[in-house]
Unconditional design. Structure first.
Length: 344
């Protein structure tokens, strides 16, 4: 078959710059997912979306064969789409490009005006994909912009069932009977959303630290947690001619139940967020492997661009350019799996 090389969104529609809740556009632009041949640039397929796709496209390989099996896109209308490159999670047979399919799998409440401008983080488990992303309008970050007074942004972890048949309805991400509302539930005992759970995921409001908070980065799943960063407008001090870049805040929360993971060694039981020094718009967190150089040094997995989980031990100070090692808590308990008894 043809080379599957590049998957991109249509881009940002400047109509979104209108400082209103529902911008009226004569002709929607950027409302496509494009799949291109990486060697030639030829268009393989395109799929239409409701609004512009300004975010990167996230892809997941469920059988670790080096080829993406599904792609996830998010648009500025708060919708999530999935492109299927295989026939399903059971047989996992790669389809020809003419057989690729797509569907809208989940959506926010259109009356709430929540936008997705950054790609989701993905994690595959037991024929389900955990899709983690936050809403926000990074292009409208000021107090005098409409989102400040009119939009309560949220962070979502949606569990997408890959085996759901075509034609199934779109999951309403803001419905508290379908998704857990974990805005105020942040303890280790909060019910986790496991692959076999009846709920489709969880969400939490991003106004707990102040009005106008918005997600301004993509998310990253690491060590059973998800990390992302936000910004909210902060008024300048009176009798000061200096400007303020807003409060930049980084989050580490448990992927399954939204429990805070800052200030603790594990993945729950701590605080959800901590402040970056200097404010502004932090970079998106990324995962990397550092290579040890010289004797006595080891390779390590690190996260760059996220708030420090142990920031309390550093005087509460975090900068967006710091790295931190990522060591998932793994139990060392063992149990006997097989016993051999010698016969007579």
């Amino acid at each position: 078959g043809e080379l599957l090389g590049v998957v991109v969104g249509g881009g940002y529609d400047r109509c979104e710059e209108h400082n209103v809740a529902n911008p009226s556009c004569d002709d929607t632009k950027g409302n496509f997912i494009y799949i291109l041949n990486a060697a030639t640039g030829a268009l393989l397929r395109k799929f239409e979306t409701d609004r512009a796709v300004a975010a990167d496209i996230a892809m997941v390989d469920i059988n670790n064969d080096g080829s993406p099996d599904y792609a996830y896109a998010a648009d500025t209308g708060g919708n999530i789409y999935r492109v299927d490159f295989i026939d399903g999670p059971t047989t996992k047979i790669q389809r020809d490009k003419d057989q690729w399919t797509y569907r809208k799998v989940a959506a926010t409440d259109p009356e709430k005006n929540r936008k997705f401008l950054f790609a989701p983080a993905l994690l595959y488990s037991q024929n389900k994909v955990y899709v983690a992303l936050g809403s926000g309008d990074r292009e409208r970050p000021m107090e005098d912009d409409y989102p400040f007074d009119n939009v309560v942004n949220r962070f979502y972890v949606y569990v997408d069932n890959l085996a759901t048949p075509a034609g199934t309805g779109v999951i309403p991400l803001d419905d508290a009977t379908v998704m857990h509302d974990y805005t105020t539930s942040s303890s280790c005992t909060t019910a986790p959303v496991l692959p076999d759970s009846t709920r489709k995921g969880w969400f939490m409001d991003l106004n707990q630290s102040g009005k106008g908070e918005q997600t301004v980065t993509s998310a990253l799943i690491a060590g059973g947690m998800v990390t992302f960063s936000t910004n909210r407008p902060v008024p300048a001090l009176e009798s000061s001619c200096s400007t303020t870049l807003g409060e930049a805040r980084g989050y580490w929360v448990n992927l399954l139940n939204a429990s805070g993971a800052i200030g603790v060694a594990g993945a729950c039981g701590g605080r959800r967020s901590s402040v970056f020094v200097g404010g502004g718009l932090p970079p998106s967190p990324v995962f990397a492997n550092s290579v040890g150089l010289g004797s006595g040094t080891e390779n390590a997995s690190v996260v760059l661009g996220a708030v420090q989980k142990d920031s309390e031990n550093k005087g509460g100070i975090s900068t967006p350019i710091e790295s931190q090692p990522m060591r998932p808590a793994i139990t060392l308990k063992r149990k006997r799996a097989y016993t051999y008894t010698k016969g007579d």
